[in-house]
Design a protein. Structure first.
Length: 298
């Protein structure tokens, strides 16, 4: 999939028209900027059409997920869903007769993980350090923040691609950790877990962070107390100029960014930042996912 994404990126116009006559339905139960835009722009560039369906304005609020999904499969060639609960994504997958793409749920963010690896792969290609067969195996990636859905997907994709992942995650809820993929990464000798953030950054090729509080709770007054607790715990782990003083690592963030929390304002567009490339690369990653699922391209 990563190789396909690189091909799509470098031969963009060769894939024009591949999705002609196909409709993508994008179902959103949570807010989005990048997932919404990149899937719709991707489908448009491939010659297909995308429909944005807001959960709250649809009859998913009135009926069963499975029944509504069975209907969608009759009109859509492919469905991307950003839902709150992973179980609902699984229910959609069981009910659908067309491919279902997880556009981020409470447990996983797989489309983001592919775009992240595409970004690393492109950055290494530009630096002349991409491995044979376009491999990024051995790349040292450090993630600092909460052990969340983004981390579960990073763990999973790192195990598949041989990326050495260091996690600095003082904030974790054991119930939301995908233990199976974590064990897979551990068994391959690719997982380090530490709270020594300075050392983890100094040794890294890439340093990545994400919000300390899931998007749907960030501005929710009923989470104000929990937000304060997290800020107090996590501020020593903020990515800022002082933390990066001894490091040449490139800086990543899946966005949206909360400046002054997980990342200091000065870092967002610093010389080492590849954050906007990373966000841009969602487009090619989504195209690769859709081309693979609908047309079996590799
Ligand atoms: N990174 C990401 O999924 O961005 P959005 O939430 O804006 O879609």
């Amino acid at each position: 999939m990563l190789r396909l994404a690189r091909k799509v990126m470098h031969h963009r116009w060769e894939y024009q028209g591949h999705m002609q006559g196909n409709t993508l339905v994008m179902l959103f139960q949570k807010t989005s900027t990048r997932t919404r835009v990149s899937f719709e722009a991707g489908m448009t560039e491939l010659g297909g059409h995308a429909i944005n369906l807001e959960w709250e304005k649809s009859n998913f609020t009135l009926s069963k997920v499975g029944l509504e999904t069975r209907y969608l499969s009759r009109n859509a060639a492919i469905i991307m869903a950003r839902l709150k609960a992973h179980d609902d994504v699984l229910e959609m997958a069981r009910a659908a007769t067309v491919p279902i793409i997880n556009g981020c749920c409470n447990m996983y963010h797989p489309c983001q993980a592919l775009a992240d690896m595409l970004t690393i792969s492109e950055d290494r290609a530009q630096a002349g350090t991409l491995g044979s067969d376009e491999s990024i195996a051995g790349t040292k990636l450090t993630f600092i923040g909460a052990y969340n859905n983004v981390v579960n997907s990073l763990v999973s994709i790192s195990a598949a691609l041989g990326v050495k992942l260091t996690l600095v995650c003082p904030l974790r809820d054991e119930a939301s950790i995908d233990q199976e993929s974590r064990q897979r990464l551990k068994d391959r000798g690719l997982l380090t877990e530490t709270l020594d953030v300075k050392a983890a950054v100094k040794d890294a090729d890439y340093v990545y962070t994400d919000t300390w509080l899931d998007m749907e709770f960030f501005n929710d007054p009923s989470f104000a107390e929990e937000k304060e607790r997290r800020i107090e715990l996590m501020l020593p782990y903020q990515i800022n100029a002082e933390l990066l003083a001894d490091s040449n690592a490139k800086i990543m963030h899946d966005m949206p960014i909360h400046p002054g929390y997980e990342m200091a304002e000065e870092v967002i567009e610093c010389e080492q930042s590849i954050i906007f490339d990373q966000a841009e690369n969602r487009l090619e990653a989504q195209k690769a996912i859709m081309l693979h699922l609908l047309h079996g391209l590799t």
